[in-house]
Design a protein around this ligand. Structure first.
Ligand SMILES: *[C@@H]1O[C@H](CO)[C@@H](O)[C@H](O)[C@H]1NC(C)=O
Ligand SMILES: *[C@@H]1O[C@H](CO)[C@@H](O)[C@H](O)[C@H]1NC(C)=O
Ligand SMILES: *[C@@H]1O[C@H](CO)[C@@H](O)[C@H](O)[C@H]1NC(C)=O
Length: 463
């Protein structure tokens, strides 16, 4: 009796538990499906339900850009009448512009470096002590520049993707140094970099790590140009050096009047389900919309980078964090349509959302105003062409050139070195070198490069 009495309510309870567990399980499955599906259509209610995914933000962090193209930071302003002007055809590939030429050619490019300097001037300057506190995780490197040469202290990769991004980034640094007309007099400094997508994947926002992107509140880090300026090579995405991609796009780009007056986007919704599904919903069944999910395994809906340029409008959506593809889209003579961005890259300060210099179209993160912004531009493609022209003039022909990239790197070296206390230890103990020269590092076999600690590697010590 007591036994059955005892069991009955428990049975009732467990039934309830089972039902609610089943329900929860069902809901989890449905939401999981929403987040991971790459199908063209999932119910809009589901799009509302699914969490924002890896990018934990629903609203954008619009960053302070008090100092843009039209209003450069007074501290960065140089002579009002430059003695030299940048000419795209002549100078775009010149990686050896001097410091003054860099400042004349690229006003507004060095904003984040100025920000980092200001931050570290007021938060105590930098020395080996601060760097020693930073654990070197996979995807990170500790290195130094001494007498204008790059040395690798330690480098760690989990897999080829890390290793290639690390090698590409170090190569870009080496190139900027090698072309420096003032190389010999360069100040020594030591630094840590991360090739991971997000700061909080591997490190902390209050540490002085060099990263590809940051959010507005991640203030300790320094922005560097991403790995794909050097080149990008993985199974889904073979991309040459950025300037080569640009040349290819220039050869294939159509005259404006021959472009399709539609908004194009191809991607995997599951990379950032909320954002990407919102875009798919906002463009669905619109005469100006050509937004589709791709399936890399079957190749369905895959559109080559240069074929995006056949459209007047190209949508840009963040993925897990920043998306390195923005610069490829900006290479087309087309209008970039982007939601308010959360992740800042070094050249984002140059994006202008309105006024006579407008060089892209900005919409809300939920794309609620997409139709409202698209319709007048589809109606009046002259207005759209003006924006596309500004984009080409600003990005393809100026701020995304090899010349600008090298200038940015050297300005980063200078800005960082100005808050670095000046000491770089080159030896560890009597006879052991702390760093391996970049030229030798680049020759290491993959496995050695992936878990590399210079002082542990006897061989380098015996030349
Ligand atoms: C820089 O910091 C290191 C500690 O990391 C210290 O040993 C060195 O004396 C400092 N140098 C200067 C010039 O302040
Ligand atoms: C676009 O043009 C069509 C027809 O020419 C007109 O009906 C519509 O109101 C216009 N839309 C906007 C937003 O200008
Ligand atoms: C855009 O640039 C092209 C080529 O330089 C020029 O022919 C066209 O008039 C420009 N359009 C606008 C609207 O500024």
């Amino acid at each position: 009796m007591t036994a059955s009495f005892g069991i009955r309510p428990r049975r009732g309870l467990s039934l309830l538990c089972v039902i609610s567990a089943a329900f929860t399980f069902g809901a989890v499955i449905v939401i999981w499906f929403g987040m991971n599906s790459d199908r063209d259509y999932i119910h809009p209610v589901l799009t509302q339900l699914i969490p924002a995914g890896h990018c934990a933000c629903e609203s954008s962090t619009t960053f302070q850009c008090s100092t843009c193209l039209t209003c450069p930071d007074p501290a960065l302003q140089v002579d009002t009448t430059p003695a030299w002007t940048f000419e795209y055809a002549r100078d775009a590939r010149n990686e050896a512009l001097n410091q003054r030429q860099c400042q004349w050619a690229f006003p507004g490019l060095f904003e984040d470096i100025a920000r980092g300097r200001k931050f570290w001037s007021t938060h105590g300057r930098l020395s080996a002590t601060e760097l020693d506190a930073i654990p070197i995780q996979h995807g990170m490197v500790r290195a130094f520049v001494a007498n204008g040469q790059l040395y690798v202290v330690t480098a760690r990769s989990k897999g080829e993707d890390h290793r290639r991004k690390i090698l590409g980034t170090l190569s870009s640094i080496h190139r900027a140094l090698a072309a420096d007309p003032e190389r010999a007099s360069r100040r020594d400094f030591e630094f840590v970099l991360s090739v991971e997508d997000k700061v909080d994947d591997v490190t902390k926002a209050e540490w002085p790590v060099w990263v590809f992107s940051r959010t507005a509140t991640e203030e300790g880090v320094w922005l560097m140009p991403d790995f794909s300026f050097w080149a990008w090579d993985n199974p889904d995405n073979y991309m040459g050096p950025y300037d080569q991609v640009v040349e290819r796009i220039k050869r294939l780009d159509l005259p404006w009047a021959e472009k399709t007056p539609q908004l194009v986007w191809r991607g995997k919704p599951s990379f950032a389900p909320k954002l990407r599904r919102m875009l798919m919903e906002a463009a669905r069944d619109q005469p100006w919309g050509d937004v589709k999910q791709v399936d890399w395994t079957t190749g369905s809906n895959v559109l080559k980078m240069e074929d995006h340029c056949k459209y007047m409008f190209i949508a840009h959506v963040e993925g897990r964090s920043y998306s390195a593809s923005l610069k490829y889209r900006q290479a087309c003579n087309s209008v970039i349509v982007a939601h308010k961005l959360q992740f800042i890259q070094h050249h984002h300060y140059l994006l202008i959302a309105d006024g006579p210099n407008q060089n892209y179209v900005e919409v809300e993160r939920d794309f609620s105003d997409l139709a409202e912004k698209m319709e007048p531009l589809v109606n009046n493609t002259d207005a759209a062409q003006r924006i596309a022209n500004n984009s080409v003039r600003t990005f393809r022909q100026r701020y995304l050139t090899l010349a600008a990239e090298a200038c940015y790197w050297r300005s980063l070296f200078d800005g960082y070195a100005s808050v670095w206390n000046g000491t770089v230890q080159q030896m560890s103990g009597e006879d052991i070198e702390r760093g391996l020269r970049y030229e030798s590092f680049a020759l290491l076999e993959s496995a050695k490069m992936s878990e590399f600690l210079a002082t542990d590697t006897e061989k380098w010590q015996s030349y």
